[in-house]
Each structure stands twice: as structure tokens, then as C-alpha cells.
Ligand binder design. Sequence first.
Ligand code: ATP
Ligand code: RIB
Length: 310
Amino acid sequence: MKPRVLVVSSANMDMVQRMKRIPSPGETVLENSHAPAYNPGGKGANSAVAFARMGVDTVFCARVGKDQNGARLRAVYEKEGIDTRFLVADPARATGFASILVEDDGANRIIVYPGANLALSSDDVEEALTCLPDAVYLQFEVPDEPVFAATRFAAEKHIPVFIDAGPAREDFPLEELGEVEIFSPNETETYLFTGIRPNNKDNCLRACIRLASRVKAKFIVLKLGSRGSYVYDGKFFHIIPCVDMPVVDTTAAGDVFTAALVSQYVAGEGIVDAARFATYAAAISVSRAGAYPSIPTFAETAALIRERDV
Ligand code: ATP
Ligand code: RIB
């Protein structure tokens, strides 16, 4: 039977504008190389789609507005086979919206208007846990209260908790998360949580030790962009280089990486093999434009692994 993962997180509509370079303050540039694109996005929704495409039984607990964007997003999730019973249409707030600027080298800058994501509540989470998941998957693009409620409810029911630690803020009380199976921040998040830039092997280890003193995590997996990832189990570490792919847009690479990692781990893979698989999934994601459109399936990821003869 497929493992069931409950994703408790955010949903946004993304507006993506590609450009040769970011304008300076006060400058207007005309950019007609690409038309702006509207794509489903949001860290939680990207992860939920990634889980579904990886063959996981996926339940999504989030809030959208009772508006056109909310209806469009719900239809997309349902088409992906995601269980949307616990996706609430909030009558008082608009669907979350992200403005994303992507430069020619694939680097992105993202501003999120959270909208309905800010109304996600502990009650929403408590109700969603009635789906009896095998794992609970969290990110920080929603208020702290439902995140902590999810960790408490999961602990009471002995359900493992997985955390993709973005977006981060310095004063986030990591110590209150309780036991976590995998905790996975990117470079910026690692720096905000530890004050250490994971820019070389020694600093990765120092950052992991600092994180391990704050979060009771079985595994810490640092996402290091084009430098790959760093897996730490409290004693040993493994460095997993990224897969060489033409970079189009890195948006959602981190969402895809961690969801693919967890999809393999809950299916019984070891942490290093799961991270290797996730590295291929993330490489496919960076080679495609947008968040939702870039998310690969299990079959696409397996085909790339075969092609590169691993
Ligand atoms: P985002 O916020 O853009 O979704 P992130 O900052 O959370 O991403 P990254 O560390 O940038 O996460 O990327 C996640 C994973 O994607 C990396 O660990 C790596 O395996 C893969 N990756 C990132 N950049 C590249 C690249 N240029 N080429 C190939 N793989 C990449
Ligand atoms: O991680 C990428 C996502 O961050 C985008 O889809 C955007 O909506 C923001 O949440």
C-alpha cells in the first residue's frame, strides 16, 4: 500500500516574470523576451504535487481564498490526485500570491502575499489528522500556531514529522518543534537559524551541530543549491553533489528536493539513497520554468537516473 503523507502548508498563485537583469531602484525596463506566466505555486502546494507525482498518497491541508485563484488551484490539485478534503476556502481572505522575478541565469527573487495562508488554524490541522497519515510534512510559509499544533498532534499519535524549513526567520523557536525525522533547510535558512554560512565542508558540519542542538532531528539535510546537499545523522555526514543540468529556473527546486527525499524515505529507502534520488528530481526541476510545471514524476526521475547510468 502507498504511504499516506499529510502536507500542512501553503498554497499560492505565482506570477513569474523572466528578465535579463533586475532593474535598479527607480529604473523601468521593457522586457519582452518572455510573457509573464501565472502558475500554481506555494511551498506547500509544490510539495504536495511533488509527493503525488512521486506516487505518494497525498493529503493537503491548507487555506485558499473563496475566489477565482482558489478555485483554479483546487482544480489543479484534484487533477493531480491530491486529497483536498482539508483544503479550506476562506471567505475572508484572498488566495496567497507570489511575485517571482527570474533572471537569465535561473536565479529567482520571490515576494509572497500570504493572504488565506495566514488563516490556517490548529483546528484545520486537528481535523486533517483524521486522515490517519503515515507522515506529517511541514514548512514555515504558514503561521507558527498550526505548525506547532501539527507537531503536537503528530507526537500524540506517534506519526513521524518531516520539515522543509522554509521560509526561515531568525527568531523562530525551533526548540518547540519536538521530535523530527528529517529537518531540511536551504543555505539562507541554515544561516538564519544558526548564524553559520554553510559555504564549505567544515561550516556545514558546524551548522548541522548547531541545528542539532536546537531541533531533535534524526537527520538534518542541508540544501546547498548548485553545490548539492549535505546529509548529517548526528555522527556521520555525506555530501551529495548536484546533477549537471542546464539551469532554466531554480524556483521550487528546494520544494521538489525535500518532497522527493521524504517520498523515498517513507517508502523505505535509506537517507543517502533517498537524497540521491531527490538530487535527480531537483535537477529536473531546475531545468524547467516555473514551480508547478517544473515538478517531475517518479518515472521521469527514474529515467534520468538510468540515462546518467547511476
Ligand atoms: P528554492 O527556494 O529555489 O525552491 P532552495 O533554496 O530551497 O530552492 P536549493 O538548495 O537551491 O533549494 O536547491 C535544492 C536542490 O536542488 C539542491 O540541493 C540541488 O540538489 C538541486 N539544485 C539546485 N540548484 C541546482 C543547479 N544549478 N543544478 C542542478 N541541481 C541544482
Ligand atoms: O519555493 C517556491 C515557492 O515559494 C513559489 O512557488 C512561491 O509561491 C513561494 O511560496
